[in-house]
Design a protein around this ligand. Structure first.
Ligand code: BG6
Length: 518
């Protein structure tokens, strides 16, 4: 990971040579699923941004692997077009030419050993002609159903063997399993083929500057940490709200649902970074150990807890930003009688000394009133009303809001005296916006992640135990839903609304309320 103490910058910005990251190690970057959406929308634009920022090594080659027939030249042309469509800023012809000139293509089925023989030959050729030192990053931009197949075939072709200083790494996209058992099985099989430190499990939330900033805010300031505990915090709200519906992913989403899609991964990343203890060092294992400990300390949910503390809901037709939005069940690829949740809200308790008694409320959903990802830390109110004219219940809440996206930044809300002869108080807000301070070039969010894989820094990647502890929390919810307990029934919300009434009730029961999404 790039030095957190350095002035924040994006991969596209010129930086102080003292703190500027070095170009990554020589390597070949192999993309399985080279014809897919992820490759053209995110991976290749991210490689472009790294190239433009001179963070790619000079000794670099990209090999795309997919089923369709295509020549090297056709692949280069297609990726050039993808850049014209999806680059995050107007691409320079020179950088595009140099980058795509390093691309080549292997046509092959993922289960055919011959695909891997041809790939092995291409890798040897890249080593000779480009000087990649035999280092290689295999990126699985494929459906999860072929993760183990590709890894097994790579191992059989001896392409995962590290020797003579050469490294081989495997990058895996989410979803990592569909429940605790399948995630464990996937790990068991992968760890039979590679060492843990060769596996890079991506959660793209960790590529977001604002997510990385949670650690900086907490551990690079003397101000917040002393207040960061049950002594001063009343509760925490983590929201990932989207206005988007399932779009063209109906088939995948209908088998997945909001809980699996977002909670054990993205929302638990946010929770872990908020709740973790300071690591002893800023090193991959120290950071990941503290994050895993925070998630492991979440109190396991009993079936009764699932009834009381989890709300699942699906959207009906409604209006999002003046646009008529269809019901979830009318979306393409979705079963018209689907019972899949597009929204989930959960109250969790963390049983450790720092957080005992401080509920963490999580919610995420599609087709909601606004797009908003944030962590809101609500501090305890002042213990009594010193000012006659403002009873304690009328004091504004002390609230620290970390805005992950959009409008990236943070704000702190507190009370101030309203002007006039008598003492009345009113809520005011100090606001920090990234855009006001840092001139960061737009990026895909994958730049840091790809760069970190290339330099072997796993801080921003999930270790097997991080993934497992996330699924362990979620598993009782999946079980209770599968058993069809009445009290855990699916409920409804209108597209474009704040979510279901039951989610409001979840907090109202504790005398609290969600922040507005819109
Ligand atoms: C993905 C989910 O992992 O994250 C999507 O599969 C979701 O359903 C997306 O829309 C949200 O990512 P972001 O970066 O837009 O918050």
């Amino acid at each position: 990971m790039m030095d957190v103490a350095a002035p924040p910058r994006s991969a596209g910005e010129s930086a102080d040579p003292q703190t500027a990251p070095r170009p990554a190690d020589p390597c070949a970057f192999v993309i399985f699923g080279a014809a897919g959406d992820l490759t053209k929308r995110l991976l290749v634009p991210a490689l472009y941004n790294l190239a433009a920022a001179r963070l790619l090594p000079k000794e670099f080659a990209v090999i795309g692997v997919a089923r369709g027939e295509m020549s090297d030249d056709a692949f280069r042309a297609r990726m050039g077009e993808a850049l014209r469509e999806f680059a995050t800023s107007a691409p320079s012809d020179e950088v595009v030419r140099d980058l795509t000139g390093r691309f080549s293509y292997v046509r092959g089925d993922f289960d055919d050993p011959n695909t891997y023989r041809v790939l092995g030959d291409k890798l040897s050729a890249a080593e000779r002609s480009r000087g990649t030192n035999g280092n290689c990053l295999f990126y699985l931009a494929t459906p999860p159903s072929v993760f183990t197949l590709v890894a097994e075939r790579l191992a059989e072709a001896r392409l995962l063997r590290q020797e003579d200083e050469r490294w081989r790494r495997l990058v895996i996209e989410k979803p990592f399993g569909t429940d605790l058992a399948s995630a464990r099985e996937l790990d068991r099989r992968l760890l039979g083929l590679l060492a843990e430190n060769q596996i890079y499990r991506i959660d793209h939330y960790l590529g977001k500057e604002t997510v990385q900033n949670i650690m900086v805010l907490r551990f690079a300031n003397g101000l917040f940490e002393p207040l960061w505990s049950r002594d001063h915090i009343d509760h925490v709200q983590i929201t990932v709200a989207e206005t988007l519906s399932v779009e063209n992913r109906g088939k995948f989403y209908d088998q997945t649902g909001a809980l699996r899609d977002m909670v054990p991964n993205h929302l638990f990343q946010l929770l872990a970074l908020t709740a973790m203890e300071p690591p002893a060092h800023f090193e991959a294992d120290a950071v990941r150990t503290e994050k895993a400990k925070a998630v492991k300390a979440i109190r396991p949910l009993t079936p009764d807890d699932v009834c009381a503390n989890v709300v699942r809901a699906q959207y009906r037709a409604g209006t999002i930003a003046d646009r008529r939005a269809a019901a979830y069940r009318e979306e393409r690829g979705v079963d018209p009688r689907s019972m899949t949740e597009s929204y989930v809200a959960i109250r969790l308790d963390i049983d450790n000394w720092r957080w005992a008694g401080v509920p963490f409320y999580l919610r995420t959903g599609k087709a909601l009133a606004g797009r908003r990802t944030e962590i809101a830390i609500k501090f305890k109110t002042a213990p009594f009303a010193l000012f006659r004219n403002t009873p304690v219940e009328h004091l504004a809440q002390n609230l620290l809001v970390l805005r992950i996206q959009p409008d990236e930044g943070a704000s702190l809300q507190f009370n101030a005296k309203t002007p006039g002869p008598e003492i009345y108080t009113g809520g005011v807000r100090m606001d920090f916006k990234y855009a006001d301070y840092f001139d960061a070039a737009p990026n895909t969010g994958y730049e840091t992640l790809i760069y970190d894989c290339m330099i072997g820094d796993a801080t921003l990647f999930q270790r097997a135990d991080n993934i497992e502890s996330g699924w362990r929390v979620v598993q009782p919810i999946l079980d209770a839903w599968r058993e069809g307990r009445d009290c855990a029934d699916l409920t409804w919300y209108a597209a474009g609304s704040e979510g279901p009434q039951e989610a409001e009730d979840l907090l109202a029961r504790d005398g609290r309320a969600w922040r507005k999404i819109e």
